[in-house]
Structure formats: structure tokens, C-alpha cells
Design a protein. Sequence first.
Length: 518
Amino acid sequence: MRISEEMLNLHKHASWQQEFGLDEHQLHALFMYPTRDLIEVFKAHGAFISMFTNRQTSDFYVGEEVNLPSSFNMLQATMVETQDYSLISDANNNPDLKGLINFSAHLTIGYCLVININDAENRICGYCAFYGEQFPENISALPNIVSLYTQSIVDKLLLEKHKRLTREQQELQALIVDTNIHPIFAKDIDSKIVFTNDAFASMYPKNMQDKIIGYTTVEEYDVQQRELFLADDREAFEKGSKSVVEKIDFPNGNTHVLETTKRHFKTRAGKDYILGVSYDLTKQHELIETLRKKNQDMDEIANMLASDVRAPANAMVKLISWLQDDIAQASAINNNIEDINDNIEQLKSNANRVSKLLTTMHEYCFAGRDRLANSSISLTTMVSDILSRLNTQAKIETRVDEATLSLPRSPFYAVMSTIIINANEHSQTENLLLVIDVKKEKYHYKITVSNSGACIEEADAERIFTLFEAGLVKSDDAVKGAGLAIARKIVEAYSGKIYVDKNYKNGASFVIEWPQAG
């Protein structure tokens, strides 16, 4: 990872607060203990510390204070850059330096030990001046003491700088990882999750997101997916990496298509883990599936145009030609026009059929395109309204759950209306029982619409949802098979499912699984 010095606050114009991640109070605290120790060793009254004199200077005292900062600064200025320390006292009686020490009103100042505090890069620049009445004799290890003190301060400052850099780089890396839209995770040898980014956590319900770390979470998936996850983990540990594209039903109710690469790695402590990075291909697969369905729709419409529409259209052309001949003959011999009327009726019938086919094609092509918001729906009220619009002589008995659903009203009404009309048209008796049950499952409503009409053969359970492929209806010129095909297209547009319950033997039973959200 490459980062500019400007971003890391390591440039030449950075303040010491920015570079070392300290404020005044923290800087003082860093000096406190080692300086107090030396105050005791040197039998000093206190120490004056002036740090970062090459930028925003910070001056402070440890121990008893004296108002001599200008004197200390002058003393330090007389030291050459290579000099580690300078001791000025009554004992050495240096006339050039001794005069720089003034006497405090309340303390007797007999010596001053100035210690330079610098690092090799000159980013740490300052000094510490110890002052007291009399410097202790026989401190033969003074150079070593000074060196240890200076190195201690420099090391502490560099450590704070390193901690600040580490912290900021970790925060930056965390921001990068959590801003990444691709799910990222890590697992241990037992397939327990030890790290996730926000994109990965968002695939779980909010009440589970704080419980992901330390768990495998495979219990939230079906058995087949669970075994696949664990097998992929084992292979990644054994072979070093594993890549797979899979469709996963996540615990938050959403389904994603992910391309996941799992790679084995070891930490410095020697522990084995796998890092997983997933690329969400859901939108691409949805677009591909949408395109596939559109192509399938176009194929069905083309086939229908080549057969169902072309046949009545050709018949209409022939009928018009015959009408022209019949009218000419009738005019010539003053004959009756009974044959002409028959041809006109056939022409009307074929024209109506073409009109219905074209209308149905339009409805099918545009079914489910408008995504409408949910509203509160009383199921019993909706079913009563649909039944009131039926043109039927049959006696229909209903048993409907008194449920209130939150669904898009118009699309749901169209689907329910299609199923109920279909049940009425295929009823083989004058009495029809209509039973509608609702179950509110984890992420969707499961609505079962059963009737006592004609049974649906298992072989026809899918065919009836294909455009213009339904079974026989009562009206000879009705458009066959469009209603259920349109109903399925609407339900799937809202990420739901509609299918026939093949185990129901007392008539026909349709199951609608409609997501509760969206």
C-alpha cells in the first residue's frame, strides 16, 4: 500500500501534534516519569523542557518552577550541535556561561545541566534543563545517564508516532474494506468467521450482524448449501485457494449470485485462515435472465404470430374475396344474400380473435413492468370484489382467510382475478368451492388458492403457465393460456413464485409466494 507523506502527516510542514499524534497534555505526561527520576538522581529542584524548537515550541516544567526560560534558551544556544549535554555550575566556575544563570527569588540555583534531545532526522528537536543548588559529586556515569534519558524520550516519541501511523493506516484500511461493495470475510480452520466487512454483514438480518464473528453461520442455510460452504473451505485450506460461482439464499431473505475466491494464509503467529472475497454478480445474472425471458417471449410471440394470428388473418382475406364474388353474383341474378351473411359473421369472428390475440400480447409484454408500492389489502374484500365481477351461473362457496396483506394492490388483484376466473371456467359442476389460505412466512406471504374444479395433471403443471398453451376453455374464440402466463410474469417481476401444488387431488391448487418487502 502506497500513501503520500501529506496524507500521513509526515511532510516537513506538519506540526508535532499531527506527526506524533499528541496534544500538550500527552506530551507533558510522556516526559514526566523519566524526568522525575533524573531530578532525584541529580538532586535537582526541577527541570525546564523545551521541545520542537524548530516548529511550534512547547515549553513546560517538571518539579519546582523558576522563571528562567530565556536563560535556559541562551545556555542551550551555546552548545554545539554534536554536544549531548553541558553542565554549568559553581564548581566549574566558567565565567562565559555562569553569568547566564540568574538567581530565583525563592530558590538557590547553583548548577544547570542542559541535555539536547534530538533524533537523526531532526524531526525531534529540543532540550531539557535540570537545575539545582549543588550538582552531586562522583556521578561518573553521567554520559550514560544522559544517553539513556535522551534515547528513552526519543523512543517514546517515535513509538507514539508509530502508533499514530498504525492507527490511521488501520482506520484507512478499514474504511477501504467497509466501503468496498464486495463482501469480504475471513474464516479460521473450523470455518468460524473471524473478520467481515460491512458488505458481508449486510447479507444477514440486523439482529444477527453482531453475532457473526466467532460463528460459522452455516446453520442459517439449507443443508445442501451448508455442505457446499464447508467443502469449499476445506478445499481452500488443502489446495491453497478455491473459486466458485454459486446462487445463495441469504438469511436476510435476499438471493445473490456470488463469485467467491477463498485463499489460504498464515498469520505471523502461525495460525491458518482463509480470506474470502466475493463479487456480487446478481445484477448481471438478473439482466441475463431478463434478456433470456424477453428472447423467450419474442420466440413465443413470433410462433403465435406465425400460427394463431396468421390463420385467422388469412381466413379474413379469403372471406373478403368470397364476399366480393358473392355480392357480384347476387347482383347479377338478384339472388338472396344468406351466404354473404354467413361469411360476414365468420369475418367478424376472425377479426375479434385477431384483436384479442393482439391485446393479450400487449398485456403480456408489459406485465410486471411497473413496480408499485405496497398498500394494505383486505383479502376477503378483494375476493368478494372479484367474484362480483364474474359472469357465471355457478354457485361459488368461499372460505377465505381474514388476512390483511401489505402488497402492491393492482398487480396482486390481477393475479388473484386470473386464478379465480380460471377456476370458474374450468369448473365441471355448478357448485364450486373456493378456499384461500394465507401463511406469513419468514420473508414472504404464502397464499394458497384451491378449488374443487378440474384437477390439473402433473404433466400440465408447468405447461399451463406458457403463453397460449392452456387447456380447453368454454368459449371457442377465447384466447387460450394467456391469463396464467401473465400472472406468473407479474409475480416473478416482484421476485415471487407461482406454481401448482402437485399433491392436491381434490381439484386444482395454486400457490403464490410473494415477498413481504418491496
